[in-house]
Write a protein that binds this ligand. Structure first.
Ligand SMILES: [Zn+2]
Length: 570
């Protein structure tokens, strides 16, 4: 491919809208163009990287025995009503009407469609197990789309679904997908760690997220160096001995704490440690107010609270709503005597001498016993943080940031029961299909590669997903000898299956070198009159400081051997 025919345009400066390195670099390197909030076009250059990731995903899915299908992005709402998720998805699901006024959705995922498909397709246990997958566009109406492809409104996913005769049989499908994921991310040059995710009511260790460690990641990952426990902060279980204030010191009494609203202000005003203060927060769970209480030095984890309550939408109540629900000024809200349901974090278990808001402006209550004075349900709702105890072995946990690129989940019969998706067992008795689902964010994976592999000069593509393996740079595009030598090298490399971009622009060498580093081709070969007079090209691997002179006759074989090594080693 000639650069002058390739539609590649790089940008010198960081685009203002981009916050993280990979987003900046993909825009600057001319791989992505923004269309609107959370909407991007892939340029010819960007699409080459995307297609390479897709190819790896397809090869590994096929090798694991999964069958490729293609389901519609546009789906009838009735399927989502059958599963009960029509309301659960809330405003994050795009809905629209067709001309006959039927409600349709733009699929954020495909469990419903694929279960409906299998319900009609599978009759007998002899057809099982089966795993199907697709690589397809998904839609999500993000409140705050950001970080480019990381959180977009439209994105490409690989989603796979397994169907088995039993939960035990489903373990094999789960393992096949888990192992395929390990290979996929390794081949993409990504260091992706499987992390335990929520197992819900299914039990056992049957959900993993694959996380790419990066300081810009939106997820916190807690890790135990001793036993290997690793979990997303959104889900990590808390190990707590309960409250340290277990001795009753009296009955609740009001203390004037003028102007003290924050935990620290209240603690200072009452002369107690902040751990003795209880934080009270009003949330709306599917529109109904609830009060969550946690120790003053911890935070309510909205994901954990939402899962505990089993509600679809959980949002902090605004001031007016909270005041109305509790019947007290916002800054003084506390759990004693309130009419709405109270959920107390398990870290408060045994608390018999703590301080809470008095539901009266300028006052707190002290000597409050959560056990005796409050009607609360216990729940694990506080965020686990660095230094907290490992829920398995008790060692202190460390934390890192990560980007979720994949998720494997043993679903059980959650969907197949609702759709009455059954098969006949070997005795001719109908049984419910057991399902698993497995996702990879394909567009997100492309950007995660960049996030994990770049330097100050630009992207450093692994050979497996680089849009081109070699940037062949013509220093003297007007010299017939230089052009001839370069074209011969290009042909020799392409004959070996190596992707070459020939930079034939009439630009200064400095501009070409900068672009080569910015786009991040694994190899740069310079064809110039000076080196060619010595019978050589200048060859440099991306990331190396110096380039080396290499005899013209050896260059193609040397580079293709290096690239094949990288591809095989990945
Ligand atoms: Zn541990």
């Amino acid at each position: 491919m000639r650069w002058t025919r390739s539609l590649i345009t790089t940008l010198r400066d960081d685009p203002q809208e981009a916050e993280i390195a990979s987003h900046k670099l993909m825009l600057r390197a001319g791989m992505l163009r923004k269309v609107g909030g959370g909407l991007y076009s892939f340029t010819p250059l960007g699409l080459r990287a995307l297609r390479k990731v897709e190819k790896i995903v397809r090869e590994e899915m096929d090798a694991a025995g999964a069958l490729e299908i293609l389901l519609p992005a546009l789906q009838p709402i009735e399927l989502w009503e059958t599963s009960g998720r029509a309301s659960q998805m809330g405003a994050s699901m795009f809905r629209l009407k067709d001309r006959a006024d039927r409600t349709m959705v733009l699929g954020p995922t495909h469990e419903e469609v694929v279960t409906d498909y299998m319900l009609h397709e599978i009759n007998s246990y002899r057809q099982l197990p089966v795993i199907v997958y697709q690589i397809q566009t998904k839609f999500r109406d993000e409140i705050r789309p950001r970080f480019g492809l990381m959180r977009a409104k439209e994105f490409i996913m690989k989603d796979a679904y397994s169907f088995d005769t039993s939960l035990d049989a489903a373990d094999a499908s789960y393992k096949a997908m888990y192992d395929a994921y390990v290979r996929i991310f390794r081949r993409c040059g990504l260091e992706a760690h499987p992390v335990e995710a929520d197992t819900g009511t299914i039990g056992g260790n049957h959900s993993h997220e694959f996380m790419v460690l990066a300081p810009s990641g939106e997820d916190g990952i807690l890790h135990c160096a001793k036993c290997g426990y690793s979990a997303n902060q959104e889900r990590a279980e808390r190990r707590t001995a309960g409250s340290r204030y277990t001795t009753k010191a009296g009955s609740p009494e009001e203390v004037a704490t003028p102007g003290a609203h924050s935990v620290d202000e209240a603690a200072a005003s009452m002369g107690v440690p902040s751990t003795q203060i209880v934080k009270s927060l009003v949330y709306l769970a599917d529109g109904k107010p609830v009060l969550a209480i946690v120790e003053g030095n911890t935070e309510v984890n909205e994901c954990k609270l939402r899962r505990f309550l089993g509600c679809s939408i959980l949002v902090p109540a605004d001031i007016e709503t909270a005041e109305k629900a509790v019947g007290a000024p916002f800054g003084s809200i506390g759990p004693v005597g309130v009419k709405i349901p109270v959920y107390a974090d398990i870290g408060l278990k045994g608390a018999r001498d703590v301080c809470v808001g008095a539901n009266k402006d300028g006052f707190h209550l002290r000597h409050v016993s959560i056990e005796d004075d409050i009607k609360a349900e216990w729940a694990d709702i506080a965020t686990v943080v660095e230094g907290d105890s490992c829920p398995h072995c008790g060692e202190p946990l460390s934390i890192e940031r990560g980007i979720e690129v994949g998720h494997v989940f043993k679903l059980g019969t959650k969907y197949t029961e609702k759709f009455k998706a059954t098969y006949l067992d070997d005795k001719g008795v109908p049984q419910t299909l057991v399902m698993g689902c497995y996702g990879i964010g394909v567009t997100r994976t492309v950007q995660a590669v960049v996030e994990q592999s770049h330097d100050d000069d630009g992207i450093i593509w692994p050979a497996s997903v680089a849009p081109y393996h070699v940037d062949l740079l013509l220093l003297d595009p007007n010299s017939p000898e230089v052009v001839k030598a370069a074209e011969e090298l290009e042909s020799a490399l392409e004959a070996q299956g190596i992707d070459v971009l020939l930079d034939d622009r009439a630009e200064r060498p400095g501009v070409k070198f900068k672009d080569a580093d910015l786009i991040g081709f694994p190899f740069r070969v310079v064809a110039g009159a000076k080196a060619l007079a010595k019978g050589c090209f200048e060859v440099r691997a991306r990331g190396d400081k110096e380039s080396a002179l290499m005899p013209v006759g050896d260059t193609a074989a040397w580079i293709s051997a290096r690239i094949k090594e990288k591809l095989a080693g990945a």
